[in-house]
Design a protein around this ligand. Structure first.
Ligand SMILES: Cc1ncc(COP(=O)(O)O)c(C=O)c1O
Length: 399
């Protein structure tokens, strides 16, 4: 039988990390030590109360059935209260809050519910690869908008307005920005909403890093007109160390949430109720949770920035989120070449910035999801690598 995949898959490749993780597993199987500073999956546990709630709820005989497509009322209430408390945004828990199994699935749901052939969506370059992939899976065209260091990684609205926006239905945005660590500020979020309003484009703001190394978390839903021209994705993956639990949310315009619900009710059968109850507990945690979490990340960030220094990278010392981002020296050609050479010669894996788009090509990204001891060890290996590179360069130049 000559079975072929759907043409829908033509525009998407296997996620970069899937192949890389296979390579790392192979290296480990061959007995090599590998330090993986690639992926942003928190290594720290959730709060003890969250785990206790999961235990307790799953011991009940009444929590094991299919669940509602739109989450338990207590979880919707908890997200609405959280948005009010942290961002001053007032949301109706029934119609303006839709719990999801992770925000990544929400990206695909939004694309499937809103986009189709002939539509265009604007995706940031560099940016989280799922935006373009979801857009293409929905049959629409992903058009990149440039974010560059010269522009402080902010959208250039004037340049975008010189292009034909008539087919653009949606713009994906994400601040604090992954992978560059650029802060979220209310001015940028307001400009995004104003741009959406002016051109009839829905702004989808993806906000999973708002509470990591950021003293003033922002939401696009608090912007003037945000509830009309934007929706926001959020997640407990990074803010509450619950990446594997798959707890996300979509908030804002009720018609958009209704279309997403219409799509997703054909896909899942609700989320395990004890996970939802534990998510309610997580959302009730106070400032001390974030204070302690960020103390850990602050110490790790110092070490990760030292790793960038050891590699001779240029970087902004103020970065938010779970990674640090730095520009590689010319001697390494680009971030791919540096990442490959490092993995081969030192067993340290860092992410090449080019996987996030052409504007990330000369950059690398280091994750903060390893403890200080591992980061110190990596620093040592990178320092030796750089000394060796300099020596080789000197030999080459003297030839
Ligand atoms: C910018 C961005 N959005 C969304 C996600 C997905 O998060 P979740 O675990 O909620 O699906 C990630 C994960 O790395 C991310 O970096």
């Amino acid at each position: 039988m000559n079975l072929q995949p759907s043409s829908r898959l033509d525009g998407v490749q296997e996620y970069y990390f899937a192949g890389k993780l296979r390579q790392i597993a192979q290296m480990r199987a061959e007995g090599r030590a590998v330090i993986n500073l690639g992926i942003g999956s928190p290594d720290l546990p959730p709060h003890a109360r969250v785990i206790e709630t999961l235990h307790r709820a799953s011991a009940s005989p009444h929590t094991h059935g299919y669940q509602s497509y739109s989450g338990i009322p207590a979880l919707r209430e908890a997200w609405a209260t959280w948005y009010q408390r942290h961002f001053g945004a007032t949301l109706n828990p029934v119609s303006e809050v839709l719990p999801l199994q992770g925000s990544k699935e929400g990206i695909l749901h939004l694309a499937m519910a809103l986009l189709g052939p002939g539509d265009e969506a604007l995706v940031p370059d560099p940016g989280y690869p799922a935006y373009a992939a979801a857009t293409r899976l929905a049959g629409a065209t992903a058009r990149t908008y440039d974010l560059t260091a010269q522009n402080n990684w902010q959208p250039d609205f004037a340049a975008l307005e010189k292009t034909d926006l008539s087919k653009v239905k949606l713009l994906w945005a994400n601040y604090p920005h992954m992978p560059t660590g650029t802060a979220a500020n209310q001015e940028t979020l307001q400009k995004l909403v104003d741009f959406g309003k002016k051109h009839g484009i829905l702004i989808v703001h993806d906000n999973p890093y708002g509470f990591i190394l950021n003293d003033s978390p922002q939401s696009i839903l608090s912007s003037d007109g945000g509830l009309e021209h934007a929706v926001e994705l959020n997640s407990l993956s990074k803010s509450h160390n619950m990446a594997g639990w798959r707890c996300g949310v979509l908030l804002g315009r009720k018609d958009v949430l209704q279309w997403v619900l219409q799509f997703k009710s054909n896909l899942d059968s609700g989320q395990f109720q004890p996970v939802q109850q534990a998510a309610v507990e997580a959302l009730s945690l106070g400032a001390d949770w974030f204070f302690e979490l960020n103390n850990v990340y602050r110490r790790r960030q110092k070490l990760a920035l030292a790793c960038l220094s050891a590699l001779g990278c240029r970087f902004d010392p103020i970065q938010q989120g779970l990674f640090v981002w730095g520009e590689v020296q010319e001697v390494h050609t680009d971030g791919f070449a540096l990442s490959d050479a490092l993995l081969e010669q030192t067993g340290v894996f860092i992410t090449p910035g080019g996987i996030f788009g052409k504007n990330g090509r000369s950059y690398v990204r280091i994750s903060l999801c390893s403890d200080e001891e591992i980061l110190r060890e990596a620093h040592q290996l990178l320092t030796t690598f750089s000394e060796q590179t300099l020596k080789n360069q000197a030999i080459h130049e003297n030839r």
